[in-house]
Design a protein. Structure first.
Length: 386
């Protein structure tokens, strides 16, 4: 038995096994889940805002949850986690069970946003309080340092709820939420790996394996399955857990390999879901509607309106997100507030790029700016000055 503990203490071996086990489980489970969902007619019906035209099996999140839970429970035992890490793992699994039941019920029957919000609140608080997983410092952003306990709890709770709902909202195209989550978990996992954070390495890499298995079927033209709310809330919660763990471990990670300002890097890694969510919320509130009301104002809707496929749109978003992560890495030596200003400017500029194109005669063309008429500008200045 000591041999196995020593084997699983090797991070390279652990990383490979953490990806392979849930990947193989998903490959075995999803055909069974798809068959069961079809036989019970638990299908997602096309609607006015749907990106699909035929009935499609949902409840893909169930496969993600089973593959993740079984894999991480087994690997957690083999690694021999410390007591604080075991508490974190148990609280994580309990919270994800709550969210999974919530998501399945929402997929099958539909739930009011308030009910979903309350369960998300309880699940997040369970992890924050029981595992004491909190964002404890802003590390100098806007001159703010260590946070008082209660402010830390409230802010961490806000971050959990924001990320959970952000991934729920971007789940509108085949492969989009899964691909963005894959990139995010890979990015967080890389930093956990370099800092030998065994529990978080497990969480990141097991989620990567489960997502790879899910995407195999989510992107399939013949055996397609949607992750549903059960999946989007589940992966949103796991990425929120990783983000808070990334920040609470050390807001400025300093290793021989890299020197990263963790708050800025976390924003870069999750830039697409965060920006898209804040953007659509702002639009809905400005139109005096509930921020949780449905519409077609997401960035991915614009991409589809340009006539590109779901796979192309998902790839486009992942490439932009990767560019932002790389940009953040390149400017890592700058003062943290300077990095923040650069990211605040660069992120919207990159993600607004779909609005710079228009489809004409079956081809994408760059929108040409209208020529400036100086006479109109002069007349407007004169009118303004009276």
């Amino acid at each position: 038995m000591a041999y196995f503990y020593e084997l699983f203490s090797n991070l390279y071996f652990l990383g490979v096994v953490s990806i392979c086990i849930p990947l193989l489980l998903c490959y075995r489970m999803y055909p069974v889940i798809i068959f069961a969902v079809r036989s019970k007619n638990l299908m997602d019906e096309p609607g006015d805002r749907s990106m699909h035209t035929s009935k499609t099996p949902t409840l893909g999140g169930v496969g993600l949850f089973i593959a993740f839970s079984l894999s991480i429970a087994f690997l957690g035992l083999m690694v021999g986690l410390s007591q604080p890490d075991l508490i974190k793992l148990v609280s994580l699994l309990l919270a994800t069970i709550m969210l999974m039941f919530l998501g399945v019920k929402d997929d099958l029957f539909g739930l009011a946003p308030k009910k979903k919000f309350m369960v998300q609140l309880v699940a997040s608080l369970m992890v924050i309080v029981l595992a004491d997983l909190r964002i404890i410092s802003f590390e100098g952003i806007f001159g703010l340092g260590e946070l008082p306990y209660y402010i830390s709890v409230v802010f961490t709770l806000f971050v959990f709820l924001l990320i959970i709902n952000a991934f729920n909202l971007i789940d509108g195209l085949d492969g989009l939420a899964g691909s963005v989550a894959l990139l995010s978990s890979l990015s967080f996992g890389t930093f956990f790996f370099m800092n030998e954070r065994y529990l978080f390495v497990l969480i990141s890499f097991v989620l990567i394996g489960a997502l790879l298995g899910f995407l195999r079927y989510n992107l399939s033209p013949h055996r397609k399955i949607f992750m549903g709310d059960s999946g989007s809330m589940f992966i949103g919660f796991l990425l929120a857990f990783q983000a808070v763990g990334f920040l609470s471990y050390n807001a400025t990670i300093d290793t021989p390999v890299t020197n990263i300002k963790a708050p800025i890097m976390a924003m870069a890694i999750l830039s697409y879901p965060l920006l898209d969510t804040l953007r659509v919320f702002a639009i809905r509130i400005s139109q005096k509607r509930s921020p949780f009301s449905a519409d077609r104002n997401h960035i991915h809707h614009r991409l589809i309106d340009l006539g590109i496929t779901h796979k192309q749109a998902s790839l486009f978003v992942v490439v932009l997100n990767s560019i932002i992560i790389e940009l953040t890495f390149l400017i890592r030596e700058l003062y943290i507030n300077v990095q923040l200003y650069i990211i605040i400017i660069a992120v919207p500029l990159l993600y607004v790029s779909p609005w710079l194109f228009v489809r004409k005669q079956g081809k994408l063309k760059l929108i040409k700016p209208k020529p400036i008429k100086w006479s109109n500008i002069r007349s407007r200045i004169n009118n303004f000055l009276g």
